[in-house]
Design a protein around this ligand. Sequence first.
Ligand SMILES: Nc1ncnc2c1ncn2[C@@H]1O[C@H](COP(=O)(O)OP(=O)(O)OP(=O)(O)O)[C@@H](O)[C@H]1O
Ligand SMILES: [Mg+2]
Length: 264
Amino acid sequence: MTMAGPGGAGGARVQIEGVHKAFGLDGRSTPALIDVSLEVQAAELLCLLGPSGCGKSTLLNIVAGFIPPTRGRVRVDGAPIAGPGPERGVVFQEYALFPWLTVAQNVEFGPRLMGVPAARRREVVARYLDMVGLSEHATKFPVQLSGGMKQRVAIARALANNPSIVLMDEPFGALDAQTREVMQEELSRIQRVEHKTIVFVTHSIREAVYLADRIVVMTSSPGRVKDVFTIKLPEARDRFAAEFTRYESEITRVVKEEVAKVRE
Ligand SMILES: Nc1ncnc2c1ncn2[C@@H]1O[C@H](COP(=O)(O)OP(=O)(O)OP(=O)(O)O)[C@@H](O)[C@H]1O
Ligand SMILES: [Mg+2]
C-alpha cells in the first residue's frame, strides 16, 4: 500500500530533552515543566500520568509543536521540531470534528489538504473507517453520533494522515466506563496493526496499565518526571489478572503521593 502522506507505517522515535516551560511574562513567570527528559521508542505506547495541573497537556502540546518550550528541545527521529508537522497526529478529549462535514469527509480532510488523489483518499477513508468500525456511518454528521463514535472518527481522522506519532490527550476522558473500555480495546488492537509511536495522557491508572508499554508518572506542578514503569504484560491484557492489579496498586501509590501534595 502506498502512503497517504509523510510519516511511515510504523512509529518514529521521540526525544524530549531537558524541556522547561514557564508561562507568563518575565519576572512573573510560573514554571509548568522543569527539566523533562524522556525518550519514546518507535512504536512504543507511553502513558503520562500525574495530578491535575502537573503539565501533561503542556508537554503534549510542546511535542505537537503547538507551543515552544522555554528551554530544551524535542526531536523526532533525530531532527529537532520547529512547529507542528504532519508526522505528528493529535487526538484530544473534546471531539474536534468539523460539524459541517460527514464522518467520511472528516476523515478525508487531512489527505485532501495534502493533495492526495481522490481514488487514494477513498481507500484511506475506507480503511480507517473499517478499522474503527464506522463504515456504516460514513455519511452521518458528527451531531448524529454518540461520544464513543465521535472519538472513533477523531482517531480515524488522525490515522488517515499516516502520522508516525499520535499524541492523545485524555481521548476517552469524556466517555462512560463501558464505552471507555471498548475504546481502549480498540486502540490496543489498532496499535498491534499500525505500530505508531503513541504518547497518551490519562488520569486513569487502569487505562494506563491496560494500554502502556511504559508509564511515566509526573510530579505535582511544576511537572518533573517522578517515576517510570515498564509494563511487562502480554499484548492482550487481562484487567483481572493478579499482575495487572499489582501494577495498578503500585502506580496508584506513586500517583497518590503527588496528588496529596497538591492538596497540602
Ligand atoms: N496557556 C497557558 N498560559 C498560562 N498558564 C498555563 C497555560 N497552559 C497551562 N498553563 C499552566 O501550566 C500548568 C500545567 O497545565 P496543564 O494543562 O499542562 O496541566 P495538566 O497536567 O494537563 O492538567 P489536567 O490533568 O487538569 O489536564 C498549570 O498550572 C496551568 O495553569
Ligand atoms: Mg491536561
